[in-house]
Write a protein that binds this ligand. Structure first.
Ligand code: URA
Length: 443
């Protein structure tokens, strides 16, 4: 079998795209050169979308081994520009989250890491499915720009230490095209394709270290812990295969993170944390993710020391100063009042204990209010949101508020309808899942 496989690879130095697709479809592995050849041809427009869609489907069904995933990620990364940081005497670091409901950690963590002496060139995304996007949240700050050129991005990092902006067309263009194809061909949930997509953009930042917050549960796109673990391993092993030190943290997304879900309300909650307040789970996760990065870049520090470094940056107000600097370098005004729609109250109809939450449906309710997009390019209403009043395992009584909902009056009735059933109340004792499940390092 091994001989047959290597013979196939040697014979097919000039395989056509159709032959490469057939090879993958039939369960053969592709070598580095074949993968690079296909991605380059796709990025140049020499391989049409229909062939790349067929390849995505072949990968979806047959999977890719670790070496193939590294080759695919490298090829997609090399389809665009990679940032270089000559003369910058700092560790270049970032955090990526696979996305969740109320996940606003980046807005707190990027300035905290910058305050701790690291450079954070964070290229971030918009909402995907029911989950919110950091760029949409930040755009609720008056004047804030998320469309910086690569030169502007580097200038902000040089000056402030951190930046949060969108990916320009020059970063991993092959991913941009392939992601759009996967979206319409039902091939998004493939672990090698997700790995290459996430890492081709993140590693284009020219990083020394990356921490990955891989979420599992009702509000994330990995609904089971097992799938989340597979994705976490694939991400850290592929990053290591490309020379970047990475650690994944498996975290709970069976209820929103923190109290606020939306755009402007989430920025407000970040400011609460940076002023010493904020929900305990949000603070705990932010500090832990930051500590993992400190630990990856300074292995001599214990995790306890690393946690206290991040904690100190937040509690001293220094991280808040950094956020203010970053916002103003990106044209924004953090002092300008952010919009908040009228408050409605969503109440419990029964007595009991909160058993479960359909966090994804809470995300869809935000989209229904206009706080996210149903179609690419739709405008976002930054003023809408939800403030959670309860958490899993809480005791509630009929009539008690479960959520404060900020939305336009005319949308309150359909939104209420969507929220009905998002919180399950019963009499059973509840095992609340741990916020941080485990850490995953490269094999
Ligand atoms: N986020 C990405 O950037 N790509 C994926 O494939 C999934 C999530």
């Amino acid at each position: 079998l091994v001989l047959a496989e290597s013979a196939r690879s040697c014979d097919n130095r000039h395989m056509t795209p159709a032959k490469l697709i057939a090879a993958k479809r039939d369960g053969h592995r592709l070598d580095d050169e074949e993968i690079a050849q296909l991605v380059v041809a796709y990025a140049n427009g020499d391989v049409p979308d229909y062939q790349m869609a067929a390849m995505a489907m072949a990968i979806y069904f047959q999977g890719m081994d670790a070496a193939e995933t590294v080759a695919l990620t490298r090829a997609m990364l090399q389809s665009g520009k990679t940032l270089c940081w000559p003369g910058l005497d700092k560790s270049i670091v970032d955090k990526h989250s696979t996305g969740g409901i109320g996940d606003k950690v980046s807005i707190i963590l990027a300035p905290a890491l910058a305050d701790c002496g690291m450079a954070v060139p964070m290229i971030s995304g918009r909402g995907l499915g029911a989950t919110g996007g950091t760029l949409d949240k930040l755009e609720s700050i008056s004047g804030f720009r998320t469309d910086l050129s690569i030169t502007e991005l580097q200038q902000v990092v040089d000056r402030v230490g951190c930046v949060i902006t969108g990916a320009s067309d020059e970063i991993a263009p092959a991913d941009r095209s392939l992601y759009a194809l996967r979206d319409v061909t039902a091939t998004v949930p493939s672990i090698p394709l997700i790995t290459a997509s996430i890492l081709s953009k993140k590693l284009a930042e020219g990083l020394d270290a990356l921490v990955l917050d891989v979420k599992w549960g009702s509000g994330s796109f990995m609904k089971t812990l097992d799938r989340a673990k597979q994705l976490a391993s694939s991400l850290v092993n592929t990053a290591q295969g490309l020379g970047v030190s990475a650690r994944a943290v498996l975290t709970d997304m069976n209820q929103p993170l923190g109290k606020m879900v939306g755009n402007a309300v989430e920025v407000d909650e970040c400011l609460d944390v940076l002023q010493g307040g904020g929900a305990a789970d949000l603070v705990e996760l932010t500090v832990d993710l930051g500590a993992q990065i400190v630990h990856l870049t300074q292995p001599s520090a214990t995790l306890e020391q690393a946690r206290s470094t991040i904690q100190q940056s937040i509690s001293s107000g220094q991280a808040l100063n950094k956020l203010e600097e970053m916002v103003s370098a990106q044209g924004g005004n953090l002092q300008a009042v952010r919009p908040r729609a009228r408050q409605h109250v969503f109440q419990s109809t029964q007595n009991g204990t909160i058993q479960s939450m359909d966090s994804e449906q809470i995300g869809w309710a935000i989209i229904e209010m206009g706080g996210g997009r149903r179609k690419l390019g739709e405008a976002v209403d930054h003023s809408v949101g939800i403030e959670m009043q309860v958490r899993l395992g809480d005791e509630v009584r009929a009539g008690q508020p479960l959520m404060h909902v900020f939305c336009r009056n005319e949308l309150w009735s359909p939104v209420q309808h969507l929220l009905a059933g998002t919180v399950t109340i019963g009499d059973d004792a509840v095992d609340v899942p741990p916020l941080i499940v485990e850490y995953v390092d490269a094999a």
